[in-house]
Design a protein around this ligand. Structure first.
Ligand code: HSE
Length: 436
């Protein structure tokens, strides 16, 4: 049995998980792969810690260039992250004829087209199951399991940090800042959580899923990205009273005009399975024309869940390394010469439903004025909630759910509503998806 030699770039949480799972399940993995898969070299700046983790089982170096240049190595696993040194080493590994496995969604969402083209030209594979939703095999499902389908839309909870924060805000009625601090204390959120809470990490993943679902290039720069930092506890409460939960969704949808690619807080009916995905868990709902809706659920991060995806890619490569490149699964699911140039729509052209909260004076006629603005804009109201003002107050909130309309209609109506003298502040707008 030929042994497949692997070099690891970075042995942090996921690298250590990969090393341990490979060792623990070595026999079964070899029986599946038809090859032994062996980590022979690890590069990490913290050489001492790396040596502690791997013992004397493989070489440890502090320079990734030694891994990508090592003629003994068949597959390079990139677990450094970011798009500086990681990009350089991935491109060098490809140039040296090595297959690459990476968990780096940021790198692929931004430089994916360049990296896949280089790999295609060189006849090597770049596998990235671990880049989207950690341990959930969603790349495999989209590229292979659902290959008969015309994918209509994908909606995913693809960031565990924000899902944990939203779950805690809803459960405990706490505000965003308080829950974020608690999440950092418990290790659910990074010391610098910007990419997670601003929706960037989810948008990287949604960009990759959109590319393989619709056969388009990776275009992170065209994604609409909104995080959860401005979300208020009061809106989570009102949404719940109306039968909805608020989740940070990554959405990729095919429409006759183009593709919607967006990440933002979204109301979803509480009765949907995906609305009940709580804590740091991930889930992806995929609608295909033949299969209908399918739902994938699991851990989106962590040492061994992510290692599970990394090793699945190693096994895939071990099985296909000797195959004619034309017979492998294309990097982006569609053959490179069959990619579509379908446009990604600007957010103003997106069509969805909306939750609107308006702080109003409790006066005669205010509701009539708001509803007439919506009617003039041909925005139909689906549900409404108005609370009695608190004792001694003359101000209250009106909450409206709209039927589907274009974002630019809603924006124009909101401007008119905010200009009314009886509307006392900004209108809060949150998009709503029925996912049916
Ligand atoms: N930071 C990500 C999350 C995990 O919170 O889901 C890695 O993508």
């Amino acid at each position: 049995m030929k042994s497949i030699k692997v070099g690891l770039l970075g042995i942090g949480t996921v690298g250590a998980g990969t090393f341990n799972v490979l060792k623990r399940n070595q026999e079964e993995i070899s029986r599946r792969a038809g090859h032994e898969i062996e980590i022979v070299m690890v590069a990490d700046l913290d050489v001492a810690r790396a040596k502690e983790l791997v013992g004397d089982q493989c070489a440890v170096v502090n320079d990734g260039n030694l891994v990508v240049a090592n003629p003994e190595i068949d597959i390079v696993v990139e677990l450094i992250g970011g798009y500086g040194i990681a990009k350089d080493l991935v491109l060098k590994a490809i140039a040296n004829g090595k297959h690459v496995v990476t968990a780096n969604k940021a790198l692929l969402a931004i430089h994916g087209d360049e990296i896949f083209k280089a790999a295609q030209d060189k006849g090597v594979m770049v596998a990235y199951e671990a880049a989207v939703a950690g341990g959930i095999p969603i790349i495999k499902a989209l590229r292979e399991g659902l290959t008969a389908n015309r994918i209509e839309w994908i909606a995913g909870i693809i960031n565990g940090t924000t899902n944990f924060i939203l779950s805690e805000m809803r459960d405990k009625g706490l505000d965003f800042d308080t829950v974020l601090k608690e999440a950092q204390r418990l290790g659910y959120a990074e010391a610098d959580p910007t990419f997670d809470i601003e929706g960037v990490d989810a948008a990287h993943k949604a960009t990759l899923m959109a590319a393989i679902a619709f056969g388009i290039p990776v275009q992170f720069d065209k994604a609409h990205v909104e995080g959860i930092t401005k979300l208020e506890a009061v809106d989570i409460r009102y949404a719940e009273q109306l039968g909805y939960r608020i989740k940070l969704l990554g959405i990729a949808k095919r429409t006759p005009q183009g593709i919607e690619l967006r990440v933002h807080p979204t109301l979803i009916p509480s009765k949907r399975l995906i609305a009940n995905v709580e804590g740091a868990m991930n889930a992806v709902l995929v609608q295909g024309d033949a299969v209908g809706a399918t739902l994938y659920y699991g851990k989106g991060a962590g040492a061994e869940p992510t290692a599970s995806a990394v090793i699945a890619d190693l096994v895939d490569i071990a099985r296909l390394a000797d195959a004619d490149p034309a017979h492998r699964v294309p990097h982006l699911a569609f053959q490179p010469n069959s990619m579509a140039d379908t446009p990604i729509l600007p957010i103003s052209e997106v069509t969805t439903s909306y939750y609107l909260r308006m702080p109003v004076a409790d006066e005669v006629g205010v509701l009539a004025k708001v509803t007439s603005i919506l009617a003039e804009s041909t925005i139909s109201i689906d549900a409404m909630l108005q609370k009695e003002p608190a004792l001694g107050e003359t101000q209250t909130d009106i909450i409206m759910l709209t039927h589907q309309t274009q974002e630019k209609n809603v924006e124009a109506a909101i401007k008119k509503i905010e200009a009314l003298s009886t509307v006392l502040g900004k209108v809060t707008k949150i998009r709503l998806e029925h996912l049916s």
